[in-house]
Design a protein around this ligand. Structure first.
Ligand code: ZN
Length: 113
């Protein structure tokens, strides 16, 4: 699993956790006969994954998660979709390189499309 993939997976778990702890959402899925993984199981998965991630980046991710409810943001055509800031050309990773960056506007971890 790559560095960036680890944070993408963490983001997915955090979004699932928000849903799992949201009663109306959980009831809707249950009424459709679908089983939602319990929050406790998700927290276990999250802890296991978080232990494998870089601590400094994890700290930055957690900070944005606490502030905005999302720890990372997509970048499309140099625009951070989290805060709509146009990022400098120099901020883009070279083609073919996946690397994490922070948005200078909102502080989220940026995932370049
Ligand atoms: Zn931003």
């Amino acid at each position: 699993m790559s560095f960036v993939d680890g944070f993408l997976e963490l983001h997915e778990i955090d979004q699932l956790l928000l849903q799992a702890t949201d009663e109306p959402h959980a009831e809707r899925w249950a009424s459709l006969g679908l089983k939602v993984e319990s929050a406790a199981a998700l927290v276990r998965d999250r802890d296991k994954l978080a232990a494998t991630l870089d601590r400094r980046w994890l700290g930055l991710y957690e900070r944005s998660l606490g502030r905005y409810g999302r720890g990372l943001s997509l970048v499309r055509q140099r625009v951070c979709l989290g805060c709509r800031l146009t990022l400098p050309t120099s901020a883009a990773p070279p083609p073919g390189v996946t690397a994490l960056h922070l948005c200078v506007g909102c502080g989220r971890l940026l995932i370049w499309e």
